[in-house]
Design a protein around this ligand. Structure first.
Ligand SMILES: C[S@@+](CC[C@H](N)C(=O)[O-])C[C@H]1O[C@@H](n2cnc3c(N)ncnc32)[C@H](O)[C@@H]1O
Length: 355
């Protein structure tokens, strides 16, 4: 997923830097602003036990799939509904379930009625976040996944696998420049392609992992671990507004929506890390309550907190240091030709070894 602040292109830098600081007995890696789960997934693959968390529910779903799911999915009970599954090897079954869902008939549900041109025609706000066909398909698949869960035909692990697969797939067919703060007037090419579910990758290993959906400042008081990795938002862009549609597809809770973009209410998900006035206090509280020996913070040099603010707060716990790497800024629209130099930014990895 093309996600604001994704660390996909910085994973090796993170690993190399972190391994220069931590001792070999460090095995529990906490990724508490987990977003897409890319960082946790990387460290899970390296053999760490991962604890992931995010305040957004769609992110919780992605992390339940990429982090917590660690065994093959058998879809045993679903063979009552899809008898062909009985003749398919376990490793192939998740693909067969995705193929089955990709072929079901579209339905005019919440997404179609509120976010597609056909469903919003002649209403106060006409919206075109998805093609009509993709919107209806998304509704039909989302309803089917919920029905299977309600009727106990799928396990929790299978449920999160299917939801994460739907979120990842539909996101690639969204008619946006990248985030859901606005939609495009004309259906762009990728949004016109009917979507086919592409099974989310399962990362198999023997460790048990944990995933939470809480405000980080509350969660930090309850969890232990060896390494605390923090990747908060660094500017005023709230994730709750930029990804509101993913939140609604994940929850599918028929929320009240408003305005041109069909935003859902998000008071409880407003991040203090996006507030110039509150970020320092929130971060200081987080650091002072953390129980892990090693704390790392990814932060841009253009963020709301300055490197000096961060140094002052982190130094209060022990021996402070940092690594830096130049990298490409998040681009909302890849089609635009921008000045190369203005797209480079400096990413800091601050750390403290706690005393
Ligand atoms: C920079 S992104 C993380 C990106 C992630 N490392 C990745 O590679 O995908 C920041 C994340 O912090 C989450 N977030 C913001 N405020 C939070 C809070 N108070 N508690 C928990 N998560 C929060 C956002 O929802 C967002 O997913």
């Amino acid at each position: 997923m093309n996600y604001i602040g994704s660390k996909l292109s910085l994973l090796e830098f993170l690993e190399k830097s972190i391994e220069r600081v931590v001792d070999k007995d460090s095995i529990v890696f906490c990724d508490l602003f987990a977003g897409t789960g890319a960082v946790g997934a990387y460290f899970k693959r390296k053999g760490y036990k991962v604890i992931a968390n995010d305040i957004q529910y769609y992110s919780f779903v992605l992390n339940k799939q990429y982090i917590e799911n660690h065994q093959h999915l058998k879809f045993e009970k679903l063979s009552k509904k899809i008898p062909e599954l009985n003749n398919i090897k376990i490793l192939e079954r998740k693909n067969a379930v995705c193929d089955y869902l990709s072929k079901i008939k579209g339905k005019k549900g919440f997404i179609y009625k509120n976010y597609c041109l056909g469903g919003t025609k002649n209403q106060e706000f006409e919206r075109q976040y998805f093609s009509d066909e993709n919107g209806m398909k998304c509704d039909a698949i989302r309803m089917k996944i919920e029905e299977w869960k309600k009727n106990k035909l799928i396990t929790n692990s299978e449920y999160y696998f299917l939801l994460a697969t739907l979120l990842e797939t539909i996101d690639k067919r969204a008619n946006t420049a990248s985030v859901y703060g606005a939609f495009l007037k004309q259906l762009k090419k990728t949004a016109q392609i009917p979507f086919v579910l592409k099974p989310a990758e399962l990362i198999i290993n023997d460790q048990e992992h944990e995933v939470f959906n809480e405000d980080v400042n509350k969660l930090v008081e309850k969890i232990k671990g060896d390494i605390l990795y923090l990747d908060p938002p660094y500017n005023q862009r709230q994730y709750a507004t930029n990804y509101h549609l993913l939140e609604t597809i994940a929850k599918y809770d028929n929320p009240k929506i408003y305005g041109k973009t069909g935003l859902r209410e998000y008071k409880s998900q407003k991040s203090l890390y996006c507030s110039r006035n509150q970020v320092k206090k929130a971060f200081a509280h987080l650091i002072s309550n953390a129980k892990q020996k090693y704390i790392f913070l990814s932060y841009s040099n253009e963020g709301l907190m300055t490197p000096d603010d961060i140094k002052e707060i982190m130094s209060s716990k022990g021996k402070y240091g940092y690594f830096t790497k130049e990298y490409n800024r998040f681009k909302a629209d890849k089609d635009k030709n921008r000045d190369f130099s203005s797209d480079r930014t400096l990413e800091f990895l601050h750390y403290v070894v706690c005393l």
